[in-house]
Design a protein around this ligand. Structure first.
Ligand SMILES: Cc1cc2nc3c(=O)[nH]c(=O)nc-3n(C[C@H](O)[C@H](O)[C@H](O)COP(=O)(O)OP(=O)(O)OC[C@H]3O[C@@H](n4cnc5c(N)ncnc54)[C@H](O)[C@@H]3O)c2cc1C
Length: 413
């Protein structure tokens, strides 16, 4: 009997455990999943909460119920991993041995790392929509916001779903127009990057879309302080952006239990991981999936899904003593909601930046182009998440390897 322990029952832990259960019958492996709570949030839904398009209670389900029969689920915190002794130490002091450990503990928000962010003004004129409470508070604030300066600020990278703050800007533009108050609101996007996004072609496209909507773009702004009472973002190089309402994406770190596990993580607490096999570079029996892995690619549910397919294959190969499959190519795929019932789709990997064309082949969803079809795809994804992605089912036509058919080089006109 193999002892497989999965830390975290979010997107990555759940889909990995369910895929492993399909591969190993109850007589072949004991699969144990640990999470500190029993509330699985469909995080992409948080984007829609501030605009009254969904509600926190509609995007949360019990974690244990997302796991297949035969998987042991324990609700308790992980204190740390003892990599040398191959043991997980739980918050209550009890210990779990493993033959294979899958770390899926995601990323955590660290608002307290930015001066003033959680001080006076937090949840009053300063919010984040990256938590259910923050998104609900912001809905209330936006309902009454009819004039002034609305600022959306990414404090630092990496963050999960790096397109979500841009989507928030596009939806805010749409929402304020629907309310008839857009002319009375200055909308500004403030980012530490040197453009609207990291990849040149997508950055050009998204920057143009901000400009078309009269959303000001402030780049290379490294937020050092959020002054709630004074209504100012202050950068480390003493630039200031004034606001009446600020929507801030706080710094992200790996889970604290990784930082408490000597040798397992990098300086931010993300698990040191091989970018193609998903095996940790620290110990061969440890694998990492999702936001908690230190990979040079966006922290996104789609990435987590594509990684999961390769990781499960590699857990089997590792346990059978066979060479690992090094095929994860950094495939990432994001719907970008752009307002007015449209969305854009981008698809890329470690080597290939988002390109125009169609996904997943010559016929399919338009890439790098706003369309109603993509908006429907974004909305439908919630169903796909609960019923296909988390249960570990393959999604027809969508695979771990990034498709190239249907993509073309952009024209530079
Ligand atoms: C606002 C927003 C919008 C997003 N939109 C999209 C989108 O449109 N498309 C997309 O692909 N992705 C999107 N994402 C990102 C996506 O949700 C994440 O990338 C994905 O959930 C990562 O999965 P994960 O398993 O790595 O982490 P998570 O799903 O966050 O799971 C980590 C789990 O580990 C548990 N854990 C951590 N520490 C401990 C501990 N010490 N003990 C026990 N348990 C612990 C946590 O409780 C949690 O359940 C969005 C995210 C946000 C916040």
């Amino acid at each position: 009997m193999h002892q497989i322990v999965v830390l975290g029952a979010g997107t990555g832990g759940t889909l990995t455990a369910n895929r492993l259960r399909r591969v190993y019958g109850p007589g072949e492996a004991v699969i144990t999943v640990i999470d500190q709570d029993d509330a699985h949030v469909y995080q992409p839904g948080l984007l829609f909460v501030p605009f009254g398009l969904t509600h926190p209670e509609d995007i949360v389900r019990p974690r244990g119920r997302q796991l297949h029969d035969g998987i042991e689920y324990r609700t308790t915190g992980v204190d740390h991993v003892d990599v040398t002794d191959r043991v997980v130490v739980l918050a209550d002091g009890s210990m779990l041995d493993y033959d294979v450990l899958v770390v899926a503990t995601g990323s955590v928000l660290a608002p307290e790392e930015t001066e003033g962010l959680t001080g006076p003004g937090w949840m009053d004129t300063v919010f984040t929509f990256y938590t259910p409470e923050g998104a609900a508070g912001l809905e209330e604030a936006l309902r009454w916001f009819d004039h002034g300066r609305l600022v959306v600020n990414v404090v630092e990278m990496p963050i999960k779903c790096p397109v979500a703050p841009l989507e928030f800007c596009f939806l805010a533009d749409w929402f304020l127009r629907e309310q008839g108050v857009r002319d009375a609101v200055n909308l500004t996007y403030v980012t530490p990057l040197d453009a609207a996004f990291t990849k040149p072609v997508a950055a050009r496209k998204l920057g143009g879309m901000l400009a078309e909507r009269d959303i000001e773009l402030v780049t290379e702004f490294n937020t050092g302080e959020v002054d709630g009472p004074g209504g100012r973002l202050v950068s480390y190089d003493d630039r200031e952006v004034p606001f009446d309402l600020a929507v801030v994406i706080p710094a992200h770190n790996g889970a604290p239990c990784i930082a408490r596990s000597p040798g397992l993580g990098d300086e931010l607490g993300f698990v040191l991981t091989d970018e193609h096999t998903l095996q940790s570079t620290v110990a061969p029996e440890i694998f990492a999936v999702g936001d908690g892995a230190s990979l040079p690619i966006s922290k996104a549910g789609s990435v987590t899904h594509f990684e999961g397919e390769v990781l499960v294959e590699n857990v089997q190969r590792f346990l059978a003593g066979r060479p690992l499959d090094a095929s994860y190519d950094g495939h990432a795929n994001c719907f970008i909601e752009t307002g007015f019932h449209k969305a854009m789709l981008i698809d890329f990997n470690y080597e290939v930046e988002p390109l125009p064309g169609h996904f997943p082949s010559g016929v399919g969803l338009p890439l790098m182009k706003e369309s109603h079809l993509n908006h429907l795809g974004k909305l439908m994804f919630q169903w796909v998440y609960w019923h296909s992605l988390l249960p570990g089912r393959d999604i027809p036509g969508i695979h771990s390897a990034m498709p190239t058919a249907g993509k073309r080089q952009p024209s530079h006109t």
